[in-house]
Structures are given as C-alpha cells and as structure tokens.
Ligand binder design. Sequence first.
Ligand code: ANZ
Length: 849
Amino acid sequence: GGGYDAHAVQTKWQQRWEAADPFRAGGPEDTRPRKYVLAMFPYPSGDLHMGHAENYLYSDIVARFWRHRGYNVLNPIGWDSFGLPAENAAIKRGADPREWTYANIEQQKAGFRQYGVSFDWNRVLHTSDPDYYRWNQWLFQKLYERGLAYRKASPVNWCPNDQTVLANEQVVDGHCERCGHEVVKKKLTQWYFKITDYADRLLDDLNQLEGFWPSKVLRMQRNWIGRSVGADIDFEIEGRAEKVTVFSTRPDTLHGATFMVVAPDSDLAAELAAGSTAEVRMRFQDYLERVQRETDIERQSTDRPKTGVFLDRFAINPVNGERLPIWAADYVLADYGHGAVMAVPAHDQRDLDFARAFDLPVKVVVDTTAPITGAIPVIELDENGDPIDPTLDDPSLDDLDPARTGIALTGEGRLINSGSLNGLSKRHAIARIVDELTAAGTGRAAKSYRLRDWLISRQRFWGTPIPMIHTEDGGIVPVPEEQLPLTLPDARGIDLTPKGSSPLGAASAWMQTEDPETGAAAQRDPDTMDTFVDSSWYFLRFLSPGDATQAFDPAQAARWAPVDFYIGGVEHAILHLLYARFITKALYDMGHLDFTEPFSSLINQGMVILNGAKMSKSKGNLVLFQEELDAHGADALRVALAFAGPVEDDKDWADVSTTGATKFLSRALRVAHDVSSDPDVIWAEGDPALRRVTHRLLADAPGLVEQTKFNVVVARLMELVNATRKAIDSGPGAADPAVREAAEATAMVLDLFAPHVAEEMWEVLGYDGFVGLVTWRQADPMLLVEDSVTTVVQIDGKVRATLEVSARIDAAELERLARADARIVKALGDREVVRAVVRPPKVVSFSTR
Ligand code: ANZ
C-alpha cells in the first residue's frame, strides 16, 4: 500500500527536462561514440493510442540505456503528416486538412511529453511542412534526372472507395491496404519510381541484414521481390516481322512446348487477334471483356477451370521448327515476364490443365523415373531374404503419362525426345540449351521478378505536389529549382470530394503555369505523391532538420546513419521498409550517402490487444492511452507495458497490471527515502548478499536490454527493490552502504522504464544532476560469483574454523581471510605460524612447529 503522487512527480521532472534539454543529441564537438535510435514516426490520425505507447516506450528504453552506456544518442521525433485520413476528415467536416493535421500533431506532442519520452525535441519535422516536402520534390527531380522516375500508361490498381490509384504494395489480397475495399484495374498514365532497377541489390543485400532484422521480414521481402532465374527464348511468329520472347524457368523443356499462351490483356494479344479472322477478333473481344473484370488473384487460382481463346496464329519453336498454336488465356499475366509463355503441358500443371481442357497435345521430354544421381540404390530384402526389385513398384513412364493422369511431371529426371539434350539432368540441360540458344541468337539467360515499379501518383489533395510541368506540345519539364517548393494551394475553395481525378486539377489558378523555357502557357501535374515517398528518407532529414539548402547534410549522414536501432510494426515489412531501402541505394548511387542499408537493426513489436482481440473503435474495445495516462501516470503505464512480456509478442491489456506497477514504483521511491547513509559513502562495502543482487543486475541488464528482453530487466529490478527492503527492515539496516548502493543502482536502471520516479529517487538520494545522464556503474566481478564453497582451516592438523568463500578465490586472498578470522586468531594465541599450506578454495593448513 501507500501510493505516491505520480502526477506531481512527473510534472516536476517534465518541467525540468523541458528547461534543461538534457536529451539533445551532442553536436560535432561531442567525441563520444554515437547511436541513432528511431521508432517509425507516427501518423497524426488522432490522439496517441496504446500502440504508440508501446512503440515509443521501447525506443526510449534503448535510447536511455545507450546514454547510460556513454553514447551520444540521437532519438528524434517527427510526423508523417500527409495522407488520406486528414483529407477524409476534412471532407466530412468541411474543414481544412491542414488544421485537422496540425491540431492532432499538437495533441500527440503533448502526449509524448506527458509520457516522458526522451526525444531530442530540437529536430521535430512534419512531412506536410513545405520545408520538408520541398525535398520530396528535390528527390523526385533527382530520380527523374537519372531515369528512375518516369511516366507510363498501364493498367493500375484503383481503389473505388478512396478514388485513387495504389501501388502493388498497397494491395493486400486484392483489397486496399487502407480502407479494405476491393481493388479494380484501370488503365491510366501515371508516375513510377523504377525500383525494379534495384531488384537484385534489394534482394542480395538482405543477406547483410540476416540476424539483425526479423527473419519474417527478410522472408517477406525476398518473396515480394520474387526473383526467378531462367531464360528468355525468342519465337518466330507466322505473319509477323518481330519475334515474341517468352520467359521460362524451364528452358530445358523447350522440345516439349506444344502451344504458346499470351495474356489476353497484353498489347501482343490485341495485335495478334487484330491480324486474325473476324470471328477470332469477335471471340477475343468477348473474352477480353470478361478477363478485365477478374482480379489477379482469381486469374492465378489453380482450381478454377481453364478458359481461353485460340487466336488462329502460330509460333515456330526455334529448336525444332514445330508450329505452335497461339492461345490467349487469363492464367498468363500481362505484367510478368513478357506476358507470353511457351506451354509445356507435360511438365507444367497450369499448361497441362489448359491442354486437357482444349485437347492440345502433351509431349513428355523429361523421364522422371530415370535416376539423376550416381547414388547406389538401397536394396531391401523380402521375408525370404531375397532382394526386392526396387523398380517393381516404381511406375513406368507410360503409367505416368500426364495426358492420362492429369498430373504434370515436375520432378527431376533425364531429358528425352530433346535432341542434343537427351540424357542430361535438368540442371545440365538448362545450361546446355541456354548456351545453344545464345549461340543461335534465339535466346539468353534471364531473370524475372515479381517486384513491379513503384506507382507514386495519387489523385488526392493532401500530399506533395509533383514538381513537373506539362508543356503545350505534350512535353514534360521539371519545375525550375528556384520555384521550389511548389506548395499546395489553400484547401478552402477547392472541392476535395474524390472524383477519380486530383482535386488540384480543378484548382484552375494553381494549375496554370508557364513553360520555363518558352514562357508559353503550361499546366502543372495535378497529382500528388504517395506518402510513402515522404517516409522513404525522413530518417535522413532528422540529421539536419533546419537545413534550407539541402535535403540532408551528407556529413551528418556519415556521422549518424545508418539507424542503429529501428522499431515499428510488421505491417511495414514490405511497404515502407522496401521503399526506404530503395531510396537509400539510389541516394548512395548519387553520391549523397556512404552506406546502402538504412536500418542496421530492426525490431517488430507485438500489438496491444484486449481479451485476445485486436482493439478497434468499431468493436468498442479501445483502451485509451490518454485515459490510462491520466489514471496511472506515465511511469506506471511504462513499467506495466515493459513488464507485460517480450517485445515481439502481443500484449493483452487484460493481463497488464498498472496497479502492480504503481506499487512497485512507490516501494522503490520509499527505499530512496529510507536510505540514511551519505552520498559519498564508498560503494564496495556493506552487506554482501544485497550487494550481490545489485551487481548481478548491473552485470546482466546490458545484455538483456541489447536482446530487448525488457520485461526480464523489470523483473530483476523488482527483485532488487524487494531485497533492499528486506535489508532495511530485517537485515543490516538503512545505514548500510550496500543499501545506498542498491538504491542508486535501482534509480539508474529504473530510468529506462520509469524516468520520473528514477529522477525523484536520485534527488532524494542527494544528487543534483539528472540520473538519465549518469554513467552505468560497473559490476564488481567478485560479487558475480554464483557458487561459494566451504574452506577448512586447520592449525597443526586440527580443524579450527570453516569459511564460506568464492569458488574462484586465489591463494593469497584465501590465506588473508583465514589469518583474519576471529576463531583462528583466538586459536593461534601467541603462537607463530611457521608454515602455511593453501589449496584454494578448499583447505588452509597452518603449522606452528
Ligand atoms: C515453360 C515451363 C515449363 C515453365 C515447365 C514452367 C515449367 P516463376 O517461377 O513464377 O517465375 N510464366 C512466364 N511468364 C508468365 C506470365 N506472364 N504469366 C503466367 N505464367 C508465366 O514462373 C516462371 C514460369 O511461369 C515460366 O516458366 C513460365 O512457364 C510461366 F515445365 O516456361 B515456364
């Protein structure tokens, strides 16, 4: 029992921090080693919520820890303040998205201050400030100069609810990542960033992050990039001048190709159909309309019946001159590989399903019953001891005929019916055919990726205007640098209701500009940038946030970046984290950075849930951060969350005890009040049992914090406070130096979790400065020895005393302890020791004769 006034304590220390600014990162004159700690910056969608409470607690624990360990720590905060929720809220209330956004930011700032987060408040940024998004525009133009930003007309993902296009990364299982509405395809001309140029590096560099990033995130990024290795093969087309190239991961099966399939929604299909009969054109058109209503997920589903249209056109197999009928079918996607495949039904299940549906030939070219290694077969014996013929149960190739079984032969085997490839294994056959195609000029080794270019145009208002001008003659030129930032017009007077095109397009005064070269009338680009552009480089802006001359200072980037500790939700595994990696590499290539990976280590925190369920407004089960803060104070909330379980796990608020945390904090504070020794008392004295608990915490906590086992550190702190209480009440008492030592260590380690109470303790203990800046006390290795042993002390062969000593004690120390022991001193009397035999840690033997 017995609380403490949490609010009085926290207000007092928050005011002192605000006045003294102790968490400001050191400048260039600071010679300490540096650490850059960052939690993914918040979106100002309203008050802070429990997810924020968790995320920024964890990064603050790490920041505070590194300060104690002697580092110059950068722990900045800013706001990801462009985006749809502000715009939707503004539309609903007929207000300005700007007002809504900045009011929320102010509220969140106040929330963070009340929560006691040790941010460097001198570096605050908001991505919706013109002096931030001006550098998005710089980045866009730099990418444009290097050919990494370009426009193309293409079928894009369109969210009918949000009335804007989405990047592939923002489509989750066919639905809008933001609002959950089903996404449809729409053909539009849009701006793209050429992330595919970086596909190999984005994939290969993941190896460097192994062990430093969650393996789940690494796996998701690898799958998302989705590199396939194979060959491009060129097929001649009857009645067409140009060849058609297909991508295949199995060029070894080229002799088994029996038809070709093109994506119905590709330009190629339209052209092939146009060159065919009137009947084909009609049937193709009908089919195309049907396919355009399907989602990619439906198209790739393996269990729906295959559909398609024969185009009455033919391709020629480059290795054997065979005529292959060309079909259009929805299982081939327009934007993968080349939008066309050579169909090998014997060895590809989708092709086989199609061939069986339309009665197309199936030709086996890999004998999957033929052993491909030189391994000696294991011969089994039957009950009579006779060898069982291992081939007896094995089906023959005839039994496996895919045309009859409907099962494609996708396994390993030896090539047959394939000319020069016959007898080769798959691997050797692939190498051979690639060589042969290369020599003949009809093919080459190739890779294909799942990754698509990043579509960054958005048809919404509250974002960075795209800094490009459309000239009268249809040309595109960058907005001249001296005209940047190209700022948003006042939202009032603009109809923000989503209509499928950008509201900026209707702001006619804003849209009108002139061609910077000729002065002729020209139009601005009406779209704004995806807000993931803003967050792809914000960690660099924190390093020189006020710089009006450049996006970031490369010298500061060299000092601080990459980020040492990054924390955020797993929902960004692909989106933000992939984009930030790409932009970092692009900036590296431009010579602005000396590193290629932005985040050296990454942690995904779990969620705060309630009674096993995700919290949400609609379920009415929200635990409100501000209410918890008001009820229990920052420290109890922080301790309760840190204690609730491992960082990566979900924490069920129903199991979290803020009351328990409050009790613990008042006990800790009471210990400090009870300490009656002087501040200048010497550590290294006093009750060894308590000292051992203190020093074990000092020794273990660093490793535990580095492994983000924060809950274990809190448990150990509780253990120390209990041990101290016991020492005061029923042990050596409050004046024992070990009690002061324990209280001081408690304050220092508690600072990671409950900084206000920790500062209060420190002051009560008689110190002036902030405990948040105190250097970590070194643990005494002597006190860390777990096992003590019993030493026997003899005088002239008779046992006179036993001692409890450390198992690792050395001979000199053991002899000193034995000679100093009161029983030995008494037993010796005035006799003189003429010989001492010391065998640590078990025996000391004194002889007096
Ligand atoms: C012939 C072949 C024979 C294939 C065989 C596979 C097995 P991943 O691994 O996903 O990269 N393909 C190529 N482009 C396609 C497209 N636009 N839409 C649908 N399928 C496409 O798959 C590569 C394989 O998928 C390629 O290799 C091609 O079929 C098909 F026994 O070529 B294969």
